[in-house]
Design a protein around this ligand. Structure first.
Ligand code: SF4
Length: 446
């Protein structure tokens, strides 16, 4: 999307009141908790706290699977919160049920990502937009029909579209139908879940401009979930960066994009292609994929991939290539402890026979074969490999954490204020004793 194609209205940015509409306190959404087969829950949202101001657009970004859609759905009670509170105008909506919850639902709506699948193809556009009015028994049927015509006009559709079916429309028009449906009951808060990512670039700008116009006209408050960071930069007042169920950094959008403070935000933003071919912008390549939210790391959620992770004092001088190999080795061992083992493998283990998991020498050769490993590191790698050869992966994992781990592996970081505008970042590096020196280069990119 070109920078010019999205209107950046001063009004949209300046429409916030500074007064919170939504206050989220230590919110958790877990799945599968306490089940018969699986009592190890998926921690999709794992203790997040933030406010959304009345009239603002708060962006929510992060890699897929980081929990952003679950968070959006929990805020409007489409998912049940496991713990924590969501105060909407002072009322904790996680405690509402029955009629109270139904009544409250008028206040908040969701626009979905895929306009192809989020509309029922067997219903006319009029029926789709009218559905929330019918569910809430809103006024008379004549008034409902009039309201639908008004909404079609508001989102730029024609009165004759009332009796047409979704398949007769383009992607952009279908998203307009979804927006009209979301606005039917005059909500104050709308969760926009990747509302333009399924649309052509030329249509994205039209829908974003429509959303901005509607926000201004009706005083709406948006949570804008997206993975396209350039869209977020233009439409959002503030941005929350999410990783593995946690908010890593949250603050003013322009400030955050210009000078990200959290190592994860820095990694995420460095992946945006620079339109200037002569730019010497450093790119940070993250290792691997995020860990499973069923088995998140202890300490910092980003600790298994962080290119700025703090090292223990005694390994400060170890060559970066060796240190990366150590981190990858730890990750491999960690994954082994999570891997499902067949009954045959378990039986072989019990009998002391070799299993397909006993290929640790190969992994060691692969990781450490081309680097000069100092004895202070080698002895611990050998010890861990020994545990693995004896089928004690868990012990190896713990041993490696004890020896090579730092505060990033053991302690959950706090949120630190990182700018005068109230931006916060979840990272130990903001403590004086761990602050990265100016010339520090994230080691994974070397
Ligand atoms: S706490 Fe450690 S692992 Fe987490 S982001 Fe900061 S430096 Fe990286």
């Amino acid at each position: 999307m070109s920078e010019q194609s999205v209107r950046q209205t001063e009004e949209a940015v300046g429409a916030t009141t500074g007064e919170p509409l939504i206050e989220v306190n230590d919110l958790k959404t877990y799945y599968g908790e306490g089940g018969l087969v699986d009592d190890n829950p998926v921690k999709a949202v794992d203790g997040v706290s933030f406010n959304i101001e009345r009239g603002e657009t708060l962006g929510l970004v992060g890699e897929s699977g980081c929990g952003k859609t679950t968070l959006g759905r929990t805020l409007i009670q489409l998912e049940e919160a496991t713990a924590g509170e969501v105060l909407f105008d002072g009322t904790d909506i996680t405690q509402l049920s029955g009629t109270e919850l139904k009544e409250w639902r008028r206040n908040s709506q969701m626009v979905f990502q895929d306009p192809e699948s989020s509309l029922n193809d067997r219903m006319t556009v009029g029926e789709i937009v009218r559905e929330p009015l019918d569910v809430h028994d809103w006024k008379t049927s004549q008034e409902r029909r009039a309201r639908v015509r008004e909404l079609l006009d508001v989102v730029g559709l024609q009165p004759e579209h009332y009796y047409r079916y979704p398949h007769q429309f383009s992607g952009g028009q279908r998203q307009r139908i979804g927006i009209a449906r979301a606005l039917a009951l005059e909500p104050e808060f709308v969760v926009l879940d990747e509302p333009v990512s399924a649309l052509d670039v030329s249509v994205q700008a039209q829908i974003l401009n429509l959303l901005e116009d509607l926000q201004e006209e009706f005083g709406l408050t948006y949570l804008f979930i997206a993975h396209d960071l350039s869209v977020v930069r233009h439409i959002c007042d503030r941005v929350a960066v999410m990783y593995l169920g946690h908010i890593m950094e949250l603050g003013d959008s322009e400030e955050l994009f210009q000078s990200p403070k959290n190592p994860y935000t820095q990694s995420l933003l460095s992946a945006i292609p620079d339109p200037d071919p002569t730019s010497d912008k450093d790119r940070i390549t993250l290792r691997g994929t995020p860990p499973s939210p069923r088995d998140p790391p202890t300490g910092c959620p980003f600790s298994t991939r962080c290119p700025m992770k703090i090292r223990p004092e005694e390994f400060q001088d170890v060559d970066d290539d060796v240190w990366v190999a150590v981190e990858v080795f730890r990750e491999v061992v960690r994954e082994r402890t999570r891997a499902d083992r067949s009954l045959t493998d378990r039986a072989k283990e019990l009998l002391g026979m070799e299993t397909r998991y006993s290929d640790i020498d190969e992994i060691r050769a692969e990781l450490f074969g081309d680097v000069d490993v100092p004895p202070s590191v080698q002895q611990h790698v050998d010890e861990a490999a020994d545990y693995i050869e004896h089928n004690d992966d868990q012990q190896a994992r713990e041993y490696l954490r004890d020896v090579f781990g730092s505060t990033c592996d053991t302690d959950s970081p706090d949120d630190y204020a990182v700018s005068s505008s109230g931006r916060t970042s979840l990272c130990h590096r903001h403590q004086d004793e761990y602050e990265a020196p100016d010339e520090f280069t994230p080691y994974a990119q070397r």
